[in-house]
Design a protein around this ligand. Structure first.
Ligand code: WQD
Length: 334
């Protein structure tokens, strides 16, 4: 198994996964319509990997263009990242999310079926758990109706994959990806005002944002702020390579869901305090009201990933927050 189609391969997690694929002697074939990234990421990937990459500017809903890529390259597996992922935006524009995320997946799967390609790693999310009854949350926990159309598209996506019996699927339920490649050549590129905590922290530290608002300090947690499981994007990328190995070694597999998290829950204030300490920076922030839809606490039981994939997080919070800051600094010099 060598030629791997990486949809959304110039995005935040996709680009870091391309680096790990090449490290493991795969040939990534990248498609990306640049709706949430920049073409420059391709040049940076070629610089990091010292490899000329196959890239096509294709929309995942364009079945004709997608088929041409399958015909041109002997695709043996797909890693599917291409989807919109802003929770807040999905509440404002649900149809945009259902069309892109669900129609896109259906277009991909019908093209795979036509070309007799059955291996797929799907980008899912801990959002499918909603507010779990308890944490750490494992894969057998009931998935509750997600509180955003974005989360719904991940739940529906998993149902579609499970129903398509011709597939060999591993669905990776990401917790909170943060950090950047140690080269600082790729990282999270939030276009516009960041929704997520860490890019907002780094942009505040860089003076791009005036102040960070902590969304609520009256939760039932040690310091009143929400708890999440933050995972280094390079560790997350490695999990995709190990998922391909699992698929290769388990040709009879139909559908496996696997949490990808560290197993540690950290509060918002712990992230802020650690960021200040490891980067020797004073951050301008204040406590504000809760953000509607936020889950109070969720972190992973990551034991299945270790058992099935032989994967566990290697990089610690310091590396996550130092690499995030170094990436932000590199953007300043762009
Ligand atoms: C984290 C915490 C906020 C911004 C995201 C994605 C979701 C999934 C998981 C991929 C929360 C608080 C944030 C700010 C804050 N990823 N916060 N001030 O909401 O857990 O979900 O990761 O599938 O799709 O959206 O991440 O980074 O937005 O928030 O206080 O300016 O930081 O309230 O407690 P979230 P987040």
């Amino acid at each position: 198994m060598r030629n791997i189609l990486v949809t959304g391969g110039l995005g935040y997690i996709g680009s870091h996964t391309v680096v790990e694929l090449i490290k493991n002697n795969y040939t990534p074939i990248i498609i990306d319509n640049l709706s949430n990234t920049e073409f420059e990421v391709l040049e940076r990937l070629e610089s990091i990997t010292n490899t000329k990459l196959n890239y096509y500017n294709i929309d995942i809903c364009n079945g004709k263009a997608l088929s041409e890529v399958f015909t041109k390259h002997q695709i043996e597996a797909v890693i599917h990242f291409a989807a919109f992922k802003a929770v807040g935006e999905s509440v404002e524009q649900p149809l945009k999310y259902y069309i892109n995320n669900i129609n896109g997946l259906n277009t991909l799967l019908s093209t795979m079926e036509t070309n007799n390609v059955k291996n797929i790693v799907f980008s899912s999310s801990c959002t499918v758990y909603g507010e779990p009854d308890s944490s750490p949350v494992n894969e057998t926990a009931a998935t509750k109706r997600a509180n955003s159309p974005y989360g719904r598209t991940k739940q529906i996506g998993e149902d579609i994959l499970q129903d398509c019996k011709f597939l060999n699927t591993v669905s990776l339920r990401y917790f909170n990806p943060i950090g950047a490649h140690p080269s600082s050549k790729i990282g999270e590129l939030p276009l516009g005002i960041p929704n997520n905590l860490v890019p907002f922290i780094t942009q505040t530290a860089a003076g791009i944002r005036e102040k960070l608002t902590v969304f609520g300090s009256d939760y039932n947690t040690k310091d009143g702020t929400c708890i999440r499981d933050y995972i280094h994007v390079v560790d997350l990328a490695d999990a995709h390579v190990k998922a391909l190995t699992f698929i290769k070694e388990n040709p009879e597999n139909k559908f496996e869901v696997i949490n990808i998290g560290t197993g540690n829950g950290l509060t918002v204030l712990e992230i802020i305090n650690t960021f200040e300490k490891v980067n020797n920076i004073k951050l301008n922030y204040s406590i504000g009201p809760r953000r509607p839809g936020d889950v109070e606490k969720v972190w992973a039981d990551a034991s299945k990933a270790k058992l099935k994939l032989g994967w566990e997080a290697q990089l610690d919070l310091t590396e996550m927050l130092v690499s995030s800051w170094n990436w932000q600094l590199s953007l300043k010099n762009k």
